[in-house]
Design a protein around this ligand. Sequence first.
Ligand code: TXD
Length: 319
Amino acid sequence: MARKKIALIGAGMIGGTLAHLAAKKEMGDIVLFDIAEGIPQGKALDLAQCGPIEGFDAQIKGTNDYADIAGADVIIVTAGVPRKPGMSRDDLLGINLSVMKAVGEGIKNHAPDAFVICITNPLDAMVWALREFSGLPHNKVVGMAGVLDSARFATFLAWEFGVSVKDVNAFVLGGHGDTMVPVLEYSTISGIPVTDLVKMGKSSTERLNEIVARTRSGGGEIVALLKTGSAYYAPATSAIAMAEAYLGDQKRILPCAVYVDGQYGLDGLYVGVPVVIGAGGAEEVVEIALDAEAKANFQVSVDAVKELLVACRAIDGSL
Ligand code: TXD
């Protein structure tokens, strides 16, 4: 059987890390695309030279030509610019929207059968725009945020309870940003809801609220420390888990930004909800019951995403 092909659009911090992980796991041959000349080629060469040491068989090609992504099975998109001092949120939205247009057209023309995972911020709006520009079926275009946000939540819970991260199953819903909704009721340690552990005196509601707040600002905490960029190891690992679920038809239930048409009473937008990822892409949205507080928080998050879509439409009339 021929090797799978993984195309990475954007060869920055996350793109490079994705290439390394995908090669190490021998997920397939890798194409690293960027508009910056030399960067994808240089990173590809550097990464290829890890092969003899790490013992992986994967071709890694750096390119500035969309033709090289032809036939890709999975495409992970990190292309874009970060927010710089003096740049408004709308300025950033405008720039990354035009990046999504170029990327969407590249995918449409060269790899329309791929499963596409978008990582570029503002995530829920960019994945929606990328789907619109690419014209791919909604089930083949998803956004990565919930896996990362849930991993951050799980990390903090494992620290709080002094248990292995392997036993923590934490759950975050909603858009990627300050309004995301970490759901305590569905967060468990070896199947025990963390709310029950509080009743057992293992932690307190105040501590859990602090953990929820820290999860919500988890990205910002890392940006403040790094100063020159945002997180990349865990974002890359998260997207790789989603790609593996698709390639291996694993039917994993992962929180991803997916297109909702009716589920959760929503229509026509992308937002973070649990979804089955398998060979069919985003196969089925799982509708969990939410209590009144989680429902209200989820609505705030959905409204924030909707506002971004209005802004996108105002910037690009074709949307
Ligand atoms: O949970 C999440 N979704 C996220 C999102 C978690 C962390 C970071 N998140 C976002 O991912 C972040 O806000 C950025 O929008 C993306 C990528 O982050 P990364 O740290 O990898 O950014 P870099 O290092 O700036 O890389 C971006 C690359 C860079 O090499 C540019 O030259 C390239 O994108 N770029 C393009 N490539 C292709 N095509 C176009 N048009 C283009 N424009 C810029």
